[in-house]
Write a protein that binds this ligand. Structure first.
Ligand code: MTE
Ligand code: MO
Length: 349
């Protein structure tokens, strides 16, 4: 297949259809992997993965002119599956647009959804389509795919993507676009120190349960066996913790949480490697035992009891972890010998 010469910025070398496809696929894999990483990231130490996500996205954008040449050629062959391919292209563009809109913050919500939520939802819908496309138009790796010339072009692409990222970020900052005020995770502040204004969010489809405080018990399984506490047993909640709840759907809020440190409830068990935190709804997550000292079982926020939506009677506060770790309506804390990594990367309910 012949190569065409196209000038775009400094990337003046031509890209063959094959190189374009392989490079784009690698960039999409990178952008998806870093996107998943960005969703998992809760502490500033992990901000590099969010930056890498932005750089990989710019690389995808830079490849659009070359990919459109390949697409135009492919369309001439009028395969029946071309509509699926075009739908895939449309989805990629929509994901990019939603990502850019979320980054600039110029539009925050569309149809009641935060743009970040739409960005993630669209990205997930394109995954099966992309897998089909890879199989249907199978690009089998060849040794020649990583010739010195290709490696050099990848180097040029990486440099341009980094520069593009730098320009995009500086533009957001210099113009004072709302995006300048987003957190390193990409989330926007909403309802800080005003718990009533903070969204009520569930990971997938957990409805808000009605918990009868008289019936509710906290089951604790630790080094001393199993016991049950009533709400009264937990006391007034004298410990205070200021922490940031950062939901992967694109908002965050600082709050002052009050409650009981988990370390005062759970007694050490030398065999234990993880702490399972379980909700009335069946939702659960597993923490490494080393985290126990940082966790608070909150009964109040901003000096008032939790609302049902925010986890009444008790919810977990897990500083430096994303929202999905902050289990609401907790009914069981259990030390287990199971390692903390033995769980799905994200909750499944
Ligand atoms: N039981 C349970 N706890 C949960 C969830 C859930 O779906 N079920 N969602 C989590 C997610 S994704 C977030 S962002 C926070 C949201 O807390 P909020 O509704 O108090 O703002 O709760 C977390 N705790
Ligand atoms: Mo969330």
């Amino acid at each position: 297949m012949g190569t065409r010469r196209h000038g775009l910025g400094g990337l003046r070398t031509a890209l063959s259809a094959r190189t374009t496809n392989v490079t784009l696929l690698l960039c999409l894999i990178l952008v998806f992997a870093t996107g998943v990483g960005a969703v998992a990231t809760g502490s500033a130490r992990g901000r590099w993965i969010v930056i890498a996500h932005g750089v990989a996205a710019i690389a995808v954008i830079l490849l659009i002119p070359w990919k459109s040449i390949v697409v135009r050629r492919g369309l001439r062959r009028a395969r029946a599956s071309r509509w699926a391919s075009l739908l895939l292209a449309l989805l990629v563009v929509l994901v990019l647009v939603a990502g850019i809109v979320s980054t600039t913050g110029l539009v925050r919500e569309v149809g009641g959804f935060l743009v970040m939520w739409l960005h993630i939802a669209l990205a997930l819908t394109l995954v099966p389509l992309l897998l089909w496309h890879i199989v249907a138009r199978s690009v089998r790796p060849r040794r020649t795919d990583v010739s010195r010339r290709t490696a050099m072009r990848w180097g040029v692409l990486a440099v341009l993507a980094l520069a593009g990222y730098g320009v995009a970020e500086s533009t957001i900052r210099l113009t004072g676009a709302p995006g300048a005020r987003r957190r390193f995770t990409g989330s926007y502040e909403l309802g800080s120190f005003e718990p009533a204004r903070m969204p009520v969010t569930s990971w997938l489809d957990d409805p808000v349960p009605t918990v009868d405080p008289a019936q509710w018990r906290l089951v604790i399984v630790d080094g001393t066996g199993r016991r049950e506490l009533t709400l009264a047993d937990l006391g007034g909640g004298d410990a205070q913790l200021r922490a940031t709840l950062d939901c992967t759907s694109g908002w965050y809020a600082h709050q002052d949480w009050f409650g009981v440190p988990v370390s005062t409830l759970v007694r050490p068990d030398p065999e234990a490697r993880s702490l399972l935190v379980h909700s009335v709804t069946g939702y659960w997550v597993r923490f490494p035992v080393a985290d126990i000292g940082h966790l608070l079982l909150a009964t109040q926020v901003g000096g008032r009891p939790l609302s049902s939506g925010h986890g009444y009677p008790v919810r977990l506060v897990a500083p430096n972890r994303r929202g999905f770790w902050w289990v609401k309506w907790v009914d069981r804390l259990e030390l287990q010998p199971t390692p903390a990594w033995w769980q799905p990367p994200f909750p499944v309910t």
